[in-house]
Design a protein around this ligand. Structure first.
Ligand SMILES: CCCC/C=C/CC(=O)SCCNC(=O)CCNC(=O)[C@H](O)C(C)(C)COP(=O)(O)OP(=O)(O)OC[C@H]1O[C@@H](n2cnc3c(N)ncnc32)[C@H](O)[C@@H]1OP(=O)(O)O
Length: 395
C-alpha cells in the first residue's frame, strides 16, 4: 500500500479543497473589544488553498484534519452532516474534526485556515533534490532489496513514517523472500532505514474500506497476514534481523521465526496489542512463551510491556546487542564471515532444527489470523485507530 497514508489523505482531505468556494466578503472587521484589525480576505483564503495543493510534503493526518475542518467551517458553516458509523473511520475522523469547531464564525475559520497554512509554509524547507541510488542498489521505494556478497538485504525504507508496513510492502516483502529463496544468497537480512527498525502495521491500512464493508476488509487483511507469516515459516535459508532502532507490533512478533536477531542498544521491542484492541500475530503466541516462558511472554503480548534491547536479549528474543555506533560494522563483518561457511551444511542444519515445528507454526498462524479478523471488527480496535489518526494517542 505504497504511500496510502498520503494517497488516502489527499482523497479525503485535499480532495475536498477543490470544491467551489462560496463568495465571502471580508475587509476590516470589528472585534469585541472595539478595535479593528485587518482580517484574511477571500483572496488570502483562495491563495492559501492554492498553496496547500502545491505542498510536496505530506503535513500529516492531524494537520490535514484541521485544514479539512476549517475549510468546511469557512465555506459551509457548522457541521451539517449526520454522524458516520463507528467503523467508517475516515469519515468519522473528519466529522469529529468539523463538529469540534462548533459555531465558530465562517470568517474566523477562514482566518484560522490562512494562519495555519502560512505558519506551515514558513516552517517547511524547500524540497531537496532526489539523491541518486548508489551502484548496485535498487532505487527508492518503501522497500529496498539488495543482493551482495551472498547476502540478500530487505530494508524497510519509509523513515518519515517510522517504517510502518503498508499493504503493498507486505506483498513486496513476500516477493523479495520468494526471490531470495531461489537466488545464490546464503543469508537473508531484514533491517530498517532511519531511526526506527519498524513501527509495525501501518494503522491506516484499516481505513480504505472496500465495497464489501469492514467484514471484507478484515477478511482480506487476515488472508494477507496469514500468507505473509507463512512465508517466514517456510523460508528455507537463515533469516537475520538487524534491528537498528525501535521495533513495534508485527516487526517484533515475527522475530520469533528468525535465526539471528542483532540489535542496536537503541532498539526497543514493543507489542501494544491490547491498547490497540488487537491480539498477537506472527506466531508469537506460541514462539514467545516457548522462548521466554509464559509469564514474560504475557507481560509483552497481553500487557504491552516494552523491552529494552538488553531485556529482549536476556529473554532470548535478541541474539546479541551492539553499541549503536558499531552495530553496522560489527554485524556485517560477522555476517560476511558466516556466508563463507559451506552453504549446504548451513541449510541442512537449519532444516533439521526447523522442520519439526513447522506444521505447528502453520496451525498457530491460522488461529491467530482468525482471532485478529474478529478483533479488527471490534469497537475497541476502531477507537484505537481513530485515536491514532487524530494523534491524541501515541504508544
Ligand atoms: C494486514 C496485516 C496486519 C498485521 C497487524 C499487525 C499489528 C501491529 O503491527 S500493531 C502495531 C501498530 N503500530 C503502532 O501502533 C505504532 C503507531 N505509532 C506510534 O505510536 C508512533 O508513531 C511511534 C511511537 C512509532 C513514533 O512516535 P514519534 O513521536 O517518534 O513519531 P510520530 O510523529 O508519531 O511518527 C512519524 C510519522 O510516522 C507515522 N507513523 C508512525 N507509525 C505509524 C504506523 N504504525 N502507522 C501509520 N503511520 C505511522 C506517524 O503518523 C507520523 O506521520 P505524520 O508525520 O504524517 O503525522
Amino acid at each position: 500500500m505504497a504511500q496510502l497514508v498520503c494517497g488516502l489523505a489527499r482523497r479525503w482531505c485535499f480532495g475536498a479543497l477543490g470544491s467551489p468556494l462560496q463568495a465571502l466578503h471580508l475587509q476590516a472587521l470589528p472585534l469585541h473589544l472595539g478595535r479593528t484589525v485587518m482580517r484574511a480576505s477571500q483572496k488570502d483564503f483562495e491563495s492559501a488553498l492554492r498553496q496547500v495543493k502545491l505542498w510536496k510534503k505530506d503535513p500529516g493526518n492531524e494537520v490535514k484534519l484541521k485544514l479539512y475542518a476549517l475549510y468546511k467551517q469557512a465555506t459551509e458553516g457548522p457541521c451539517n452532516l449526520p454522524k458516520p458509523g463507528m467503523m467508517d473511520l475516515v469519515n468519522k475522523a473528519k466529522w469529529d474534526a468539523w463538529s469540534a469547531l462548533g459555531s465558530l464564525p465562517k470568517e474566523t475559520a477562514r482566518e484560522n485556515y490562512v494562519d495555519l497554512v502560512s505558519s506551515l509554509s514558513a516552517a517547511s524547507e524547500p524540497p531537496s533534490p532526489a539523491k541518486p541510488a548508489a551502484d548496485g542498489e535498487q532505487a527508492g521505494g518503501d522497500l529496498v532489496v539488495t543482493s551482495e556478497n551472498h547476502i540478500t538485504t530487505i530494508t524497510f525504507n519509509r523513515p518519515a513514517k517510522k517504517n510502518a508496513i503498508t499493504t503493498q510492502m507486505y506483498r513486496d516483502i513476500m516477493l523479495a523472500l520468494q526471490a531470495a529463496s531461489k537466488d545464490d544468497s546464503v543469508l537473508t537480512v531484514l533491517t530498517g532505514n532511519g531511526d526506527y527498525y519498524c513501527s509495525g502495521n501501518d494503522l491506516t491500512n484499516f481505513t480504505d474500506i472496500p465495497p464489501g464493508g469492514p467484514e471484507e476488509k478484515a477478511r482480506t487483511n487476515a488472508v494477507l497476514l496469514r500468507e505473509f507469516v507463512d512465508y517466514f515459516i517456510d523460508f528455507p535459508k537463515p533469516l537475520v534481523a538487524v534491528v537498528n532502532g525501535p521495533a513495534v507490533g508485527i516487526s517484533v512478533t515475527i522475530l520469533g521465526l528468525f535465526d539471528l536477531v542483532y540489535a542496536s542498544d537503541r532498539a526497543t521491542f514493543h507489542t501494544p496489542f491490547s491498547p490497540l484492541g488487537l491480539s498477537p500475530e506472527g506466531c508469537s503466541s506460541y514462539t514467545f512463551p516457548k522462548m521466554m516462558g509464559p509469564s514474560k511472554a504475557a507481560e509483552m503480548l497481553i500487557f504491552g510491556r516494552k523491552l529494552t534491547a538488553q531485556e529482549a536479549c536476556a529473554q532470548g528474543l535478541v541474539t546479541e546487542v551492539f553499541p549503536d555506533s558499531t552495530l553496522q560494522k560489527e554485524v556485517w563483518t560477522r555476517l560476511r564471515a558466516y556466508t563463507k561457511l559451506p552453504p549446504n551444511a548451513v541449510r541442512t542444519s537449519r532444516e533439521v532444527m526447523r522442520s519439526k515445528g513447522r506444521e505447528r507454526l502453520h496451525a498457530v498462524n491460522a488461529e491467530e489470523c482468525e482471532a485478529l479478523r474478529q478483533r479488527w471488527l471490534s469497537e475497541e480496535c476502531a477507537s484505537a485507530v481513530l485515536r491514532f489518526m487524530s494523534r491524541k494517542a501515541k504508544l
